[in-house]
Design a protein around this ligand. Structure first.
Ligand SMILES: Cc1ncc(COP(=O)(O)O)c(C=O)c1O
Length: 406
């Protein structure tokens, strides 16, 4: 690279990534092949439209890449014609969304009239901004009907959820979160959607890699729409997919129209190629092993921190994600743990070479800028080959750092 300023900064970032222990739950490390696709000449090409229906010439190779990416996405989740299982042939996928947020907006644009209701988990309980929060376009164009978790169990309370959905009649219900460590009961969400006449959208951004590796319940049996980022547990480039059930409602056609021309112009075809590469990798037995290890490692992290005396939200994890209450109401617990704010915890850990993010816990009494907890994830370090014994050591280090003994 001739641009030495940027080259130096890329090198510096590469070094930083190598040096730290990365517990950011939404990050991962892609393969060299994915990087190669991202850095390819495909970025030069305009391809507005869809395969064989483009607004520009010269798309014969691009069409093949987009078709292959779609095929791989459907195959990975057993949705392709001829796949095993009840969902084969029943789904369409759009591979063009530039990232998770625009993918979610495209779904609402397609299926929720302006001013309509999006029932989503509130941000402070684990939802994402694009599930209808007021600072996001999704809370300005549409109205959020918020829901959350039970105060005691910190798990979704379906009785409350159902009563609210039936009373509010949202156009769409969103399941799938940003800071919720537990397995989601998609069947129960289906029942709530049916009882309230809503479309059921699952945003599986966080746990898509675990669904691919069959280590987390699949939403496809119950959802009408499934969105996902590709760059978290699924270990692909920054990008997103929208799956739509094919039936008389023509959700698939509405989604395609909303993505282009509704939301976007030309797709980023270097990204689409990178997604295709990652989806092929996710179909391997090595990826399946990784998905299992991700879960094992997160469990070790949750168990060890609990043993030390930290409070793990909901008492554990069924995924890659662990939410730790480091503040514990500002009191030191019986083992001397607690009374560390989320910001303090994250800052101290970063100084010790462990990268996490501060995070609100359900019913947090502290402000979002300095909440009561931190969110940890095991995917990135699992990609680097770490196993249970390594995560045990990581938990020990976290405990020491948070107690000020590092
Ligand atoms: C559940 C969920 N949905 C959507 C997104 C948005 O993805 P992006 O940052 O690619 O816009 C995120 C990002 O963290 C997320 O956690």
């Amino acid at each position: 690279m001739k641009d030495t300023q940027i080259k130096k900064l890329i090198e510096a970032e590469k070094k930083r990534q190598k040096k730290v222990i990365n517990l950011i739950a939404s990050e991962n490390y892609v393969s060299k092949d994915v990087l190669e696709a991202l850095g390819s000449e495909l970025t030069n090409k305009y391809a507005e439209g869809y395969p064989r229906k483009r607004y520009y010439g010269g798309n014969e190779n691009i069409d093949k890449i987009e078709e292959l990416c779609r095929k791989r996405a459907l195959e990975l989740f057993d949705l392709a014609e001829g796949s095993a299982g009840a969902q084969a042939g029943k789904w369409h996928v759009n591979v063009q969304p530039l990232s998770g947020s625009p993918a979610n907006v495209a779904v609402y644009l397609a299926l929720v009239p302006p001013g309509g209701k999006i029932m989503g988990m509130s941000l402070d309980q684990g939802g994402h901004l694009t599930h209808g929060h007021k600072v996001s376009i999704t809370g300005k164009m549409w109205v959020q009907v918020p829901y959350g978790v039970d105060k005691n169990t910190e798990i979704i309370n379906f009785d409350e959820l159902k009563a609210k959905a039936v009373a509010e009649k949202p156009n769409i219900i969103v399941a799938g979160f940003t800071a919720y460590p537990r397995a989601i009961d998609f069947k129960k969400f289906r029942e709530v959607a049916d009882a309230s006449g809503a479309i059921l959208m699952v945003d599986m951004s966080h746990f898509a890699g675990l669904v691919a590796g069959k280590e987390y319940p699949s939403p496809f049996e119950y959802a009408d729409i499934v969105t996902t980022t590709v760059h978290k547990t699924l270990r692909g480039p920054r990008s997103a997919l929208i799956f739509a059930k094919k039936d008389a409602r023509e959700l698939d056609k509405k989604i395609d129209k909303a993505v282009f021309p509704g939301m976007q112009g030309g797709p980023h075809m270097n990204q689409v190629a990178g997604v295709a590469v990652a989806l092929k990798e996710a179909k391997t037995s090595a990826f399946k092993k990784y998905a299992l290890q991700v879960k094992k490692n997160a469990k070790v992290l949750a168990d060890e921190l609990t043993k030390f005396g930290w409070r793990v939200v909901s008492g554990g994890t069924d995924s890659h994600l662990v939410l730790v209450d480091t503040w514990m109401n500002g009191e030191k617990g019986k083992n001397g743990r607690g009374a560390v704010t989320g910001k303090e915890a994250s800052d101290r850990l970063e100084k010790a070479g462990i990268i996490v993010n501060k995070n609100a816990i359900p019913f947090d009494a502290r402000p979002p800028a300095d909440p009561s907890g931190i969110r940890l994830g095991s995917a990135a370090e699992t990609t680097r080959g770490k196993k249970e014994k390594d995560f045990k050591k990581i938990a020990e280090k976290i405990d020491k750092v948070l107690r000020g003994e590092w």
